[in-house]
Design a protein around this ligand. Structure first.
Ligand code: 9MJ
Length: 672
């Protein structure tokens, strides 16, 4: 008998088979068929779906191979914000975390849950009726990118759940690349002469953020979940351990290293144990996370800014490795500072292959007596630039000689100077030195300065090397034809740059002042000067005494400002920028009320701020008329809460006082 095959039935059957093999492979670690046989089943389903598009379902395993490329990622708002974590760098900070919890909760005993801290990308997955319908990156915590197609290619992530789940909920976790997949990926890239990824984290991020999900599909990404976003309250278990248990039951991958622990001492022991086993894990972790297990207790603890007070990430310390120092290069920065950079035989340290490390400055090289050819210890902590920590003296070649620091700038040949009391040596060539020229232009165009869209570091180098520009004023007379003729620069990019330059012309006095790149005049000092003097003319002509009256300006900064504005070259460029290019801003009015928009408002500062020192923030607020006091009372108008804010925040919350995080404070100071 010759029965015709119903395509619907055939597709269903194939899907059922493929999903079963997926589960055996990814969840049970027990593959029943070979990869080739699996691929054949998938191929069969693909053909069936291609000829009968009406058969394609959201959870079809064919999504695993990727979808047509996107033009951009859409934005997704997180209804429940995606949090970051506060860090602890030693046991004392972990004990302090526990102490604050004990103090607030007053419980007989407290259960924590300890989880490995995966070093990947945080992702939020939305399941509707058990089917994965949306995946988004963390972004800034409030909104991220829609990476659904890419996430559907990650085999660890079920496209359909099994069991008894709520109709709509979000799972949160980390997408990462296992160490062996990372090594394979880099090996393939090396064979093809392509750029290598520095570490598994970058490889995971680079693979996930591909507009073409077929590329993501070709990279082996993994996933572990560790939390929830939107979740119907009635269905939410009472604690984190129970939540992870049901996630696992529904088919979501959960790390087998997670443990519930009933004391902070137990947490510290967990950390020590995992640290010792770190090299044997097949994925990178950068610490462990301790969380209060009970959700109702988590709610009582609440949040500070963007991090929960019920969790802490205990980070691993810096890692060290030994390698050979092949050479020392000297880089010249924006202010002429010469930075020695160690060129190293490649070495794997802290999850990254390191070939360059900083030697900081002349004094450091002398202090450590670092010599070319030495075996050196390279240290790397978190995202910090690797450094040469010390020399292995036992292994030094007896015929080696101390490093000879150049007396002439390696770029422009000007004399190298070192001021008494400074550890840094500098090129005296000023803006005549092409290296300083380039760095000054890059700084001027950077995001926090004039924010010129389309003008990256490479392009600045090209423009200077080709003699198209020598200074920042030259940027604004660039012509479309000149730009289009540059290597790797299409007409569209050239037009974008011209538009970016045009847009940058409307700015603020503070931004312009910061963009000039005067030594030691950072964003905050520039803002203080702008608020104090009101106009560039007033700053340019201010004498030392007048400058010293500005909060935040001491004798060194005053000297840098005066020297800068005494150089005819600098004045000429400023003139060109304003007259020829048309850079403009509204001067800050120094009238009684307009300059004091925070007149009599009472502020309290607490916690650690990143961009400002406490003193700077206080001075800036005072300049705008605010009063800054130490303790919270009913009269307080605003509490500025940084990282790790404590009892002041609690009190402010109780008294219903407006709480600002650091970004909101910046906004307030910028737009008085
Ligand atoms: C990581 N990265 O492994 C959290 N994380 O919890 C774990 N991150 C987290 N938990 C709340 N295990 C915010 C972030």
């Amino acid at each position: 008998m010759n029965r015709t095959i119903d395509p619907h039935e055939a597709a269903e059957k194939l899907r059922e088979q493929i999903n079963r093999h997926n589960r055996s492979y990814h969840q049970l670690d027990d593959p029943q068929i070979s990869d080739a046989e699996y691929d054949l089943l998938l191929r069969e389903l693909q053909i069936l779906e291609a000829t009968h598009p009406e058969l394609i379902t959201l959870d079809s395993p064919t999504h695993r191979v990727g979808a047509p490329p996107l033009k951009i990622f859409e934005e997704v708002s997180h209804v429940v914000p995606m949090l970051s974590l506060n860090n602890a760098f030693n046991d004392e900070e972990v004990i302090e975390f526990d102490r604050k919890i004990q103090e607030k909760l007053d419980q007989d005993s407290i259960d924590y849950i300890a989880e490995p801290k995966l070093d990947g990308l945080a992702i939020s997955l939305l399941y509707q009726d058990g089917v994965l319908v949306q995946a988004a990156t963390r972004g800034d915590g409030k909104s991220g990118e829609n990476v659904t197609e890419n996430i559907r290619t990650v085999r660890d992530i079920p496209l359909r759940l099994t069991g008894d789940f709520p109709p709509l909920f979000e799972v949160r976790g980390e997408v990462f690349m296992a160490k062996n997949s990372f090594e394979k990926l880099n090996k393939r890239a090396e064979e093809k002469g392509e750029k290598l990824f520095a570490n598994p984290r970058n490889a995971a991020a680079g693979s996930l953020r591909q507009l073409d999900s077929k590329i993501t599909a070709s990279r082996a990404l993994s996933f572990y979940c560790y939390g929830h976003g939107e979740f119907p309250a009635g269905n939410l278990p009472t604690n984190q351990a129970a939540l992870l248990k049901i996630f696992k039951k529904w088919g979501l991958p959960v790390s087998s290293e997670i443990e519930t622990i009933s004391s902070i001492e137990g947490c510290i022991a967990y950390y020590k144990n995992l640290e010792s086993r770190r090299p044997t894990l097949d994925y990178e972790i950068d610490g462990v996370v301790f969380k209060l297990n009970d959700f109702s207790l988590q709610n009582i603890m609440g949040f500070v800014a963007r991090a929960p007070r019920w969790a802490i990430a205990r980070k691993f310390p810096a890692e060290e490795a030994v390698t050979k120092l092949l050479d020392i290069d000297i880089q010249v920065g924006r202010t002429g500072a010469l930075t020695p950079v160690a060129r190293l035989a490649p070495v794997f340290v802290g999850g990254v292959t390191v070939t360059n490390a900083t030697l900081h400055n002349l004094d450091e090289i002398r202090r450590k007596d670092v010599r070319i050819g030495d075996q050196v210890i390279v240290r790397r902590a978190g995202d910090v630039i690797p450094e040469v920590a010390r020399v292995v003296l036992d292994k030094r070649n007896p015929s080696s000689t101390p490093f000879h620091f150049p007396e002439q700038c390696p770029i422009c040949n000007s004399t190298v100077e070192k001021m008494a009391g400074e550890s840094v040596a500098r090129c005296s060539g000023g803006l005549f030195c092409p290296a300083q020229q380039k760095e000054a232009i890059k700084h001027f165009a950077s995001r926090k300065a004039m924010d010129v869209d389309g003008l990256g570091s490479k392009l600045v180098e090209q423009l200077v090397d080709q003699n198209l520009i020598q200074n920042v004023a030259d940027l604004y007379i660039l012509q479309l034809e000149q730009l289009s003729s540059l290597e790797r620069m299409g007409k569209k990019s050239a037009e974008n740059l011209i538009a970016g330059l045009e847009k940058s012309k409307q700015t603020t006095l503070a931004t312009f002042l910061f963009a000039l790149g005067i030594r030691d005049v950072g964003e905050v000092t520039a803002q203080t000067l702008a608020n104090h003097f009101g106009s560039l003319e007033a700053i340019k002509t201010a004498d030392e005494a007048a400058l010293l009256e500005t909060a935040d300006v001491g004798p060194v900064v005053a000297k840098h400002l005066m020297t800068f504005f005494q150089q005819p070259h600098n004045l000429e460029i400023i003139e060109r920028l304003r007259q020829e290019a048309g850079i403009r801003w509204d001067d800050v009015t120094l009238g009684e009320n307009s300059s004091q928009p925070l007149q009599d408002k009472i502020f309290v500062l607490t916690g650690t701020l990143e961009k400002f020192s406490r003193d700077q923030a206080k001075k800036l607020l005072q300049l705008l008329g605010a009063k800054v006091t130490n303790s919270i009372s009913r009269k307080t108008d605003y509490l500025v809460a940084g990282e790790n804010a404590g009892s002041k925040l609690e009190k402010a919350l109780k008294l219903d006082i407006t709480i600002l995080d650091e970004n909101q404070l910046s906004e307030l100071l910028r737009k008085p």
